[in-house]
Design a protein around this ligand. Structure first.
Ligand code: RB5
Length: 154
């Protein structure tokens, strides 16, 4: 699978380690940065990965910041991104099965590497369930289109 990955300074160290994990698992990894651990603004990197996924140049995205929360909030501003901030393998499975999440947002500060590898493994190996969940995901897309179509000032 082709996977786009990025972090901020709070997730840099684990981003580097998760890249190695993904390569060992046989995935093609596109590192969208940063290249060093200096302070950066997470929305800049969330946008790069979210656009890769929305434009289908990557099948899935992985974002790592201090908590995973800021990355998810930012990535979800890009149409077509369904980013989930996840701290347990159970939620990794459910965000795929129920929400067809295409971007996984991880905490580099509060979840250790072994746990994040387990979460990432579940995220990559779990299929979307479809059925009633497909209708709900379609409603998310419709909401996105309706918001974009609103005249400014409404
Ligand atoms: C950066 O200090 C921190 O705010 C960021 O990594 C992230 O946790 C935001 O959600």
């Amino acid at each position: 699978m082709r996977i786009s990955i990025a972090s901020d300074h709070g997730g840099f160290e684990q981003k580097e380690q998760l890249k190695a994990f993904l390569a060992r698992e046989g995935h093609e990894v596109c590192d969208r940065g940063p290249a060093s651990e200096g302070p950066v603004d997470y929305p800049d990197f969330a946008a790069l990965v979210a656009r890769d996924v929305a434009q289908e140049s990557a099948e899935r995205g992985v974002l790592v910041c201090g908590t995973g929360i800021g990355m998810a909030i930012a990535a979800n501003k890009v149409a077509g991104a369904r980013a989930a901030s996840v701290a347990t393998p159970e939620f990794a499975g459910l965000c795929r099965e129920h929400n067809d999440a295409n971007i996984l947002c991880l905490s580099g500060r509060f979840v250790d590497l072994a746990a994040n590898e387990a979460i990432l493994g579940v995220f990559l190996h779990t299929e979307f369930s479809g059925g009633r969940h497909a209708r709900r995901v379609q409603k998310i897309a419709a909401l996105e289109s309706a918001e974009q179509a609103k005249p400014s000032g409404e």
